[in-house]
Design a protein around this ligand. Structure first.
Ligand SMILES: *Cc1c(COP(=O)(O)O)cnc(C)c1O
Length: 401
């Protein structure tokens, strides 16, 4: 069979010095390869056929870079990987079918039996579950460190520490981490630092530029932004890419191209969406601070927040997710607050166009969510005044109980 040579584009945009909002529209495209189409097409393929024995053998040598077999990626998934990697100043990206799947892949890539890993106390619940139920069973010692540890991290490092995992800000209590302080310590012992950057998105924070070795996103959240698909990605440097890529290959991690396409589509509007999420969240968080029913707002973009200094120093913006703690409230009053909200829905996940509110416990190890009166809010793209009115009515119901 005769096949025409079909080289794979690099998908890297040549003017990398552009402003972020402009770059969002350029990364991960290759119109010259696809008949001028603005967007990279969706490739549906498992099997790839080769014109000769030689080409078949060559493809095995280069299976991460050329179309070889569907599970190893295709131009749609590569375009998404290249786009996020370029936005974050990384070497290459590695895609996965969910945020949690890329996190577990990365954790397995850097840890062997007998080693020790450092994980933040209020880490995303799925990560804690994996550490406690899978890593521990593999004879890996999991240590949860206090969220605001920063330079004291030095004292926790052991000779067998294989990785430091960071969320900044942390899930639920939104504590900022001094990433440069931690990476300086980690580099002395040659320990990779892995950062979950889901909250800030590639637009507002680039962990690799602050010394991290891998930056992870649940693209399910803001990058896709429409609550209609799951996707994960890790951005690596030159040293960590081969390690994570091989683990992803060994585990058989692969992604549906339709979802990778939605990831690419999401990137195009990320700038304008994040601006709106940020400005509405700031307005609503400031309003909540003034309400007598609210004990505390956890949001590093507020000047009163303990993380404000670090956020201001390292980030270029804030997303629309934060949490609040109410003063005393019992189950019934919380139920009456939540059940009749018009614009905030109760559900898992966040980062979509629609506002969400969920009860959480400040420490992800505790199971009974409603014992404390803390809620995570994800501010959507609705009119912020409508959202404030909804919450104001909710707080009034709280008082009436
Ligand atoms: C949701 C979330 C994840 C997991 O992502 P999925 O795409 O749902 O698997 C990981 N980290 C953080 C901070 C999250 O909020």
């Amino acid at each position: 069979m005769q096949l025409r040579a079909n080289p794979v584009p690099s998908f890297i945009h040549s003017e990398s010095e552009l402003q972020m909002e402009t770059l969002l529209g350029k990364v991960g495209r290759a119109s010259d390869y696809y008949h001028g189409a603005v967007n990279v097409p969706v490739f549906h393929t498992s099997t790839v056929v080769f014109p000769s024995l030689k080409a078949f053998q060559d493809s095995e040598k280069n299976s991460f870079e050329t179309l070889c077999y569907g599970r190893l990626g295709n131009p749609t998934t590569w375009a998404f990987e290249a786009a996020i990697a370029q936005l974050e100043g990384g070497y290459k990206g590695i895609i996965a079918p969910s945020g949690l799947m890329i996190i577990t892949t990365v954790l397995l890539a850097f840890t062997k039996a007998g080693q020790h890993v450092l994980i933040p106390e209020s880490v995303y619940g799925g990560v804690r579950r994996f550490c406690e139920n899978v890593l521990s069973e593999l004879n890996i010692s999991v240590e949860f460190y206090p969220n605001s540890i920063n330079s004291k991290m030095k004292e926790l490092i052991r000779p067998n520490t294989s990785l430091i995992y960071v969320e900044t800000p942390t899930s639920i209590d939104f504590k900022m981490t001094d990433l440069p302080a931690i990476t300086r310590i980690a580099k002395k012992s040659n320990i990779p630092v892995i950062v979950d950057n889901t909250w800030a998105t590639p637009l507002y924070y680039q962990p690799l530029r602050h010394g991290a070795d891998v930056s992870i996103h649940s693209a399910t959240k803001y990058i896709l932004g429409h609550s209609d698909a799951l996707l994960g990605i890790a951005v690596c440097n030159q040293k960590t890419w081969p390690i994570v890529k091989k683990m992803s290959y060994f585990l058989g991690v692969s992604v549906n191209s339709d979802d990778a396409f939605l990831g690419l589509r999401g990137i195009r509007t990320l700038g304008i969406r994040m601006q709106r999420h940020q400005s509405s969240a700031l307005k609503i968080a400031k309003w909540l601070q003034k309400q007598p029913e609210v004990a505390r707002v956890y949001y590093p973009a507020l000047q009163e927040d303990t993380g404000y200094r670090l956020w201001k120093r390292d980030f270029t913006g804030a997303s629309g997710r934060f949490s609040i703690q109410l003063k005393k409230a019992n189950y019934d009053s919380i139920a009456s607050l939540l059940n009749q909200l018009q614009h905030f829905s109760l559900g898992f996940s966040w980062g979509g166009f629609e506002s969400m509110i969920v009860p959480v416990h400040l420490n992800s190890s505790k199971k009974n969510l409603l014992q404390e009166t803390t809620f995570c809010l994800s501010i959507g793209l609705e009119d912020p005044e409508d959202l404030i009115e909804d919450l104001a009515k909710g707080l009034r119901r709280l008082k009436m109980r």
